[in-house]
Ligand binder design. Structure first.
Ligand code: NDP
Length: 296
């Protein structure tokens, strides 16, 4: 085959983009499969999003990720939505399918993949903190994956109630909103506790969820969507209680792997993606609990 010098293009549109490590793991996975593909991390302001999407169309990008604050606003510039993105109402991955830009959402599926090895999800009871974009994705995909019931705990009542309704209207799982009362008491029968708020995200690493820590039982799996830092206060507390824990790095890698498959049609090496991420984020012990869920 004759040589050519035209790479396939993918990337990310977000602001701030400075600390987004996705490109490092994506390009490592491209190289690993011998794909001449690039991932370009772009700082895009809200007013420039439309032009950025037009640019991606003009340059025939194969796809791109959208992160804060574009996950909802990008929908107006796309040709169609996949099923879960339509239910969730947010897009984190855009796929160029025969010249049409289709919005998908891989955040929730990424979370489900990351937690699956620690917990069989069918018929489980979940307490989920948060009702923002990522929480919507996680709640919908957990419900589609077969959990029995999700209690949504959120500071803003309207957003919390809307998410509970979204789940019950679109899936067979039960869901209810619970006000975030002081020292929230996690019900004993809970199997999975998840933080999908931004509490504890860098640089506010000492911020803690207002939970009665006595209500965290060793039988519960405790997960955090935050990957920076991987060891949030919630994860630390859960470990001291003897819980199985799942940090946000698994979700980050898995949502990226699903986007990779959408774009290239090929399955990336999770190991290669994790190794690239651990290098980029200076995590020294690759197979430690930083990248794998901990087993009791
Ligand atoms: P949003 O801004 O859409 O939602 C933020 C959520 O956090 C809301 O539920 C908000 O509550 C809640 N919140 C923020 N501050 C407080 C506070 N001080 N007290 C109580 N609640 C608070 O963000 P996203 O949904 O996009 O992201 C949420 C988190 O998930 C982030 O930390 C992000 O890093 C992480 N994430 C991780 C991914 C991964 O791959 N690991 C992928 C995507 C996101 P309210 O509604 O009351 O304002």
């Amino acid at each position: 085959m004759s040589k050519h010098f035209l790479s396939e293009l993918t990337g990310s549109f977000a602001t701030p983009a400075l600390e987004n490590p996705t490109g490092v793991m994506m390009e490592a996975a491209y190289r690993d499969l011998g794909l001449d593909w690039r991932y370009i991390n772009c700082e895009i302001q809200p007013d420039d999003l439309e032009n950025a999407v037009l640019g991606a169309r003009a340059m025939n990008w194969r796809g791109f990720n959208c992160s804060i604050p574009h996950k909802v606003s990008v929908i107006a510039h796309l040709d169609d939505l996949g099923e879960s993105a339509r239910i969730i109402g947010a897009v984190n991955t855009v796929v160029n399918r025969d010249g049409k830009l289709i919005g998908e959402n891989t955040d929730g599926r990424g979370f489900v993949e990351s937690v699956k090895s620690s917990l069989e999800l069918i018929n489980k009871r979940v307490v989920l903190f948060g009702a923002g974009g990522a929480a919507r994705a996680v709640a919908v995909e957990l419900a589609l994956a077969g959990v029995a019931h999700i209690t949504i705990v959120n500071r803003n009542q309207e957003r919390g109630e809307e998410l509970a309704k979204l789940v019950t209207d679109n899936t067979s799982a039960g869901a209810e909103y619970h006000a975030w009362t002081k020292q929230y008491q996690i019900p004993d029968e809970t199997d999975l506790v998840i933080n999908v708020t931004s509490i504890g995200l860098f640089p506010n690493v000492d911020a803690e969820l207002d939970i009665n820590t006595e209500s965290i039982k060793s039988s519960m799996v405790v997960a955090d969507g935050i990957f920076n830092p991987p060891e949030t206060r919630l994860i630390q507390t859960a470990k001291t209680k003897g819980c199985t824990t799942v940090n946000g790095l698994g979700m980050l890698v898995q949502q990226g792997a699903i986007a990779f498959e959408y774009w290239t049609g090929k399955t990336p090496s999770i190991k290669v993606m994790k190794a690239a991420l651990s290098d980029a984020l200076d995590i020294t012990d690759l197979d430690s609990t930083d990248l794998e869920s901990t087993e009791k």
